[in-house]
Design a binder for this molecule. Structure first.
Ligand code: FAD
Ligand code: SF4
Length: 536
């Protein structure tokens, strides 16, 4: 029997497991597996919930209003609703110290992508500069994952940046504001293409517009932020449910992975885990082991393994994340128009700005604000409650946000390492991020260029509201155990097999050699599937 133990049920872990099962392996998945509740009143839309729920305030804002973001000139515009807090509930023992980095971590069934916004973009060869693999290696797995989860989008001006080999499904109906922006773009296309070197098109998102397997097409309920009640918006727990039905799959939840036991030949023989219910330690033996705990957690498990094996705690350099800038805007022609909350809530448009080279493109998600997210502009309005409410009603349909993503490259001064604790305990993770020297200039130019495109679309960017998100906020962590064509310590080969421990594979973002300005989760899933299909 071919046995493999996988740590993590996130986007990476579930798509690796699906592929390994297909290749005849017996898969044991180890996960802490925090769980949320089933969606309430699944047939209802956002507005109906406000009137039909017994306690809508607790549901939407939290029992003590703890999901409300109070006005401030700094910090995040986005918050998480009460029913999604479990996704970010970290066990006490998984300690972390940070410098220049504000990470989010998850120990939930399905991981961080239980709260994602579904942006799913494939890579070109130029995005894979520095990787020992090419677009050709990933292409069948982008298509395989797309067929499994459903990626919506259109073939339009943006297609040359995101080759999709015909797997895109019909996108969900666009809202009136998004439709207006798209029409304006078509009118101003020549100038935007030539003068701004930018294109605009429909987002690629993991959301269904029509039924697929046991998932329904989007009903435009406007509830995306609280979790899609009909599973139109893909999350990894959907694939986990499917895995659980497979006879060669075992899901061990309530387990925290500590480290791997390495024998004298440098092979992993067992995963050492802590059962959080009994508090006791257990060993899980297998022929192969796969870390898919997310870049930060997999790095910690790897480093604790190394510490117990070699007696050292090295630095894993090359930590990356996409810098993001949030730019709120107002579309003048939409002022005073009726707001329709029965709409898909997240981004439906994207904007791409060409860089000096293909590697330097800038990718933006454009979100027109509908049911839940208004505070970006309203919260900062310098007026009393009544005035702010009037302003809110007038501007509601005209508000939008551009989320600008920049690329990142690996550098030795951005790294993770561990601070060992007491014997027998896992170490504290230490994360240090230092931005590129010319980052401030890159940010200035990106803001100026996006503003210029928005102006041509008839939008204004209110002064003082554009915010630089802290490093770590994009949750696209990568690069600590990179793929390398040359055999070297603390790296993996092109199939993501460790050069140090021959039966260990790393199936999450740790193995990425650079981070293009594109959401990475679709590539995580495709790469994890590739590992399962080609190395197993
Ligand atoms: C609000 C938000 C919006 C986002 N939007 C997008 C988007 O639009 N597009 C996009 O591409 N990406 C998006 N992301 C990022 C995306 O969620 C992550 O890239 C993705 O979840 C990473 O998947 P992963 O499987 O590698 O790791 P994770 O999601 O971190 O999953 C890790 C898994 O490992 C388990 N685990 C970890 N350590 C241990 C341990 N020691 N023992 C046992 N189990 C362990 C956890 O329980 C979890 O199941 C978003 C993230 C957030 C938070
Ligand atoms: S994707 Fe969003 S809008 Fe569509 S059905 Fe799900 S929650 Fe409702």
């Amino acid at each position: 029997m071919k046995t493999v133990v996988v740590v993590g049920s996130g986007a990476s872990g579930v798509h690796f497991s699906l592929a390994a099962l297909e290749k005849g392996w017996t898969v044991t998945m180890v996960d802490l597996g925090r769980r949320g509740h089933e969606p309430v009143l699944p047939d209802m839309g956002f507005e109906d919930l406000k009137t039909q729920l017994d306690d809508p305030v607790s549901y939407f804002l939290g029992r003590n209003f703890d999901s409300v973001l109070l006005p401030s000139s700094k910090g995040e515009y986005y918050g998480f609703p009460p029913n999604k807090k479990y996704v970010f509930d970290i066990p006490d023992r998984e300690q972390i110290e940070v410098s220049g980095f504000e990470p989010l971590r998850s120990y939930a069934e399905g991981g961080l992508a239980e709260t994602w916004t579904g942006g799913s973009y494939s890579l070109r060869d130029s995005d894979l500069t520095g990787f020992p693999i090419s677009r050709e290696d990933l292409a069948p797995h982008f298509a395989g994952v797309a067929n499994e989860i459903g990626i919506a989008g259109e073939y339009d001006d943006t297609s040359r940046f995101f080759p999709s080999d015909h797997y895109l499904r019909k996108p969900v109906e666009i809202d009136a504001h998004g439709n207006y922006l798209l029409k304006r773009y078509k009118k101003a296309r020549r100038r935007i293409n030539k003068l701004d070197r930018a294109v605009i098109g429909r987002s690629h998102t993991a959301v269904l517009s029509s039924d697929h397997e046991d998932r329904k097409g989007c009903t435009l309920s406007g509830r995306c932020l609280w979790g899609c009640p009909v599973k139109a918006l893909y999350t990894p727990s959907i694939t986990l449910s499917k895995l659980k039905k497979h006879e060669r799959f075992t899901y061990l939840d309530g387990m925290l992975a500590n480290w791997l036991e390495i024998d004298n030949d440098g092979k992993a023989v067992a995963l050492d885990v802590t059962n959080v219910v009994t508090g006791g330690k257990e060993r899980i033996e297998a022929q192969r082991f796969v870390l898919a705990g997310g870049t930060l957690s997999s790095s910690r498990i790897f480093l604790d393994t190394w510490r117990l094996w070699k007696g050292e705690s090295p630095r894993l350099g090359g930590l990356m994340d996409n810098r993001q800038i949030i730019m709120p805007f107002v579309t003048l022609a939409m002022l005073g128009k009726r707001c329709e909350t029965r709409n898909y809530q997240y981004h439906q448009l994207m904007m791409v700005l060409e860089g000096k080279s293909e590697e330097e493109m800038i990718h933006c998600q454009v979100t027109t604000l509908k049911s839940a997210q208004y505070h970006a502009i309203i919260q900062s309005a310098p007026m009393d409650l009544l005035g702010a409410m009037k302003l809110f009603r007038l501007t509601r349909t005209s508000l939008g946000l551009v989320n600008i993503n920049l690329h990142d490259t690996p550098r030795d001064d951005s790294y993770v390492t561990i601070k060992p604790g007491n014997s027998g305990e896992v170490s504290k993770l230490s994360v240090v991020y230092v931005p590129e020297e010319n980052e401030a200039e890159k940010i200035r130019i990106a803001k100026r260029r996006v503003k210029s495109v928005l102006r041509r679309l008839g939008c204004i960017v209110p002064p003082g509201m554009t915010r630089l998100r802290p490093m770590g906020a994009s949750v696209h962590y990568a690069g600590t155990l990179p793929m390398s064509a040359d055999r070297r310590p603390l790296a993996v080969d092109k199939e993501c097999r460790s050069y140090d421990i021959e039966n260990l594979f790393i199936a999450d973002g740790s193995t990425f050699c650079r981070l293009p300005a594109k959401n990475l989760t679709f590539t995580l899933m495709a790469n994890a599937r590739r590992i399962g299909m080609t190395a197993f």
